[in-house]
Design a protein around this ligand. Structure first.
Ligand code: GLU
Length: 356
């Protein structure tokens, strides 16, 4: 199986920012077992910024804040510390650690996307290497950053066509339901076609994500054929149990399978501002017929942002919901001329369209 495992800062580090040895040990041991069983693993690990803060506090006697520059600096101090912990643990099992640092722009164009895809293929050839990924926070541009490492892990899962994305967290899974005296209930499964629960947007103290972003990532990758598991990092043998098919945490199965081209489109997220707004008729057609429909200017009401031929742009309803994403066949200037008109050339071809 191809598996992407994501673990967050709060699971790995204590309140004071020191590594939780038991969590690191159990994680590494389980990955080693999975690798022995020939599973292909990518580990996405957070923790750099928090560890950097720890280094600054103890070695430099300096308390940094949370400005963009300070976080860039902290990430550069902490990333190698984080890798140092992994390197020393994996070394005991004869496994070499490969560090891959990525930014959102590395997924933007098809050329860049395939450039990264190449490294996974190379890495998977050698079972004695574990790739460990983090966002390249020291150079990432704030407005263009991943929401968090949940989003990054979803992109990688989609890119490699993973069977599973396992998101390890400091909670046991997704909780929902009324807040009774017994508390909300752990959902063993979310059916991607029917029961997406409403999740609050609250975030964790150290990490950037939260349950909202985990479920959002699960929704995205479910639509391209990946199964997501959200489970507690502290649960003993959590990874091995999930891979063995046992019920742990919350599972979100895929709603459909997509080609590699569509996986790239679906998980890319699109250019920050670029979107088209379509009318109710086209919206209903997309929802019914899904991806057999191509988008013509006649159903497009307006657009936002600047874009050119080949850019990935969002498709929004009049109510402001994102209904899909696709590759523009021409830029915003030409679309402006054609808006709402019949018999104008197609704007997004169905092969280059992904409906959520
Ligand atoms: N990349 C950040 C770090 O290593 C964490 C991002 C997140 O919280 O998801 O500190």
């Amino acid at each position: 199986m191809k598996i992407v495992i994501k673990i967050g800062t709060q699971s790995l580090l204590s309140e004071q920012g020191t590594p939780r040895e038991s969590v690191f040990n159990a994680l590494v041991e389980q990955i080693v077992h999975l690798k022995k069983d020939k599973h292909k693993i990518v580990l996405v690990s957070s923790g750099a910024v928090c560890l950097g803060r720890q280094v600054a506090r103890h070695l430099l006697n300096k308390e940094y804040g949370s400005s963009i520059g300070e976080k860039q600096l902290l990430a550069s101090l902490g990333q190698h510390e984080l890798m140092g912990v992994y390197v020393s643990l994996f070394k005991q099992y004869g496994i070499a650690v490969s560090q891959v640092l990525l930014t959102k722009q590395d997924f933007e164009t098809r050329k860049k996307y395939f450039n990264i895809k190449r490294i996974w293929e190379e890495l998977f050839f050698n079972n004695r290497i574990i790739p460990i990924v983090n966002e390249n926070d020291s150079v990432a541009i704030e407005e263009l950053m991943f929401t968090d490492n949940d989003e990054l892990s979803g992109l990688i899962a989609s890119q490699i066509g993973a069977d599973k994305l396992i998101i390890l967290s400091n909670v046991e899974g997704v909780y929902a339901g009324p807040l009774t005296d017994k508390g909300p209930k752990l959902l063993p499964m979310i059916d991607p076609k029917t029961n997406w629960p409403t999740i609050s947007i609250s975030k964790s103290t150290h990490g950037r994500g939260g349950m909202f972003s985990k479920v959002n990532t699960a929704r995205r990758v479910s639509a391209v054929g990946v199964t997501t598991h959200i489970a507690g990092a502290a649960h003993p043998h959590v990874l091995e149990e999930i891979v063995a098919g046992k019920q742990v945490g919350t599972v979100i199965p895929p709603s459909k399978k997509e080609s590699s081209l569509k996986r790239w489109i679906a998980c890319n997220g699109g250019h920050a501002e670029a979107a088209i707004i379509i009318d109710h008729k086209l919206c209903a057609l997309l929802k019914n017929k899904s991806e057999e429909v191509s988008l013509l200017p006649v159903g497009i009401k307006s657009y936002t942002g600047r874009f050119k031929k080949g850019d990935i742009i969002k498709i929004m309803s009049l109510e402001g919901n994102t209904v899909g994403i696709g590759v523009a066949r021409y830029g915003d200037k030409k679309l402006k001329e054609f808006l709402g008109q019949k018999n104008k050339s197609m704007f997004i071809h169905c092969d280059y369209l992904h409906v959520f």
